[in-house]
Design a protein around this ligand. Sequence first.
Ligand code: ADP
Length: 262
Amino acid sequence: DERSILQYQITLYGDDERLVMARDITRLHRLEQMRRDFVANVSHELRTPLTVLSGYLETYGDLADQLPPRLGRGIEQMQDQTQRMQNLVNDLLLLSRLEIDQGGQDHQPLSVEQLLNSIRQDALALSHGKHAVHVVIESDAQLLGSEQEMRSAISNLAFNAVRYTPTGSQITLRWAAMVDGGACIEVEDDGDGIDPVHIPRLTERFYRVDKGRSTATGGTGLGLAIVKHVLLRHEAQLQVESHPEEGALFRCIFPANRLIQA
Ligand code: ADP
């Protein structure tokens, strides 16, 4: 007595003809669920050994000046790679958690101004002062959402703006009202931009415009996939506007029912 999942497609022909197609996607759905559970379990299991490894490496790193230089450099490399793996595992775990349920349990009124100011501090720390980061507040509405999820989504956008733009670039985090009663959080930079051919695929897992560069910047390839899923859970949409040499603009659009007006 297992429930089946059917997908319907209705096509209109003229005024009074309809073609209705039903597809049984039960098996597909189950396979997708198995994939998610598998990724979540593997990521979870990898966390403990990685923590042990990075603990030992930290201890050896502290002794680097007593070690032969080649060994010291090797330990540094191992620390970098372990950190990369930890970032990857954390992002995979976060993404599979975001995919597993609809969310909404921890939604509360958020001050976007506070959120953006705190992300600005983190972005400045990541940039080591090589970028200017501005916060512009043009709406006094609060946003109904999950503080933790919104922080990880907007941080991903802001950190990308730091990682993919040259020294001296300007980054703006903006909270603005929209004409239809909604509001948006924008993350804009004046860096090298993205060729529009890549834009439709940016939120796919592990999609990178320039693989070598992304690996060097410490990204996991999952950042924008995480952004997309967080926004889905907030009934919001991601819009990307960019052209080569003209910077990039990532706009997260929230509908009016997500806002609490002051
Ligand atoms: P990654 O971990 O590689 O940063 P993301 O999903 O966060 O993964 O981003 C996907 C790709 O989009 C990046 O590899 C980069 O090529 C491109 N990208 C993202 N943000 C920007 C930006 N502000 N400017 C230019 N390219 C960007």
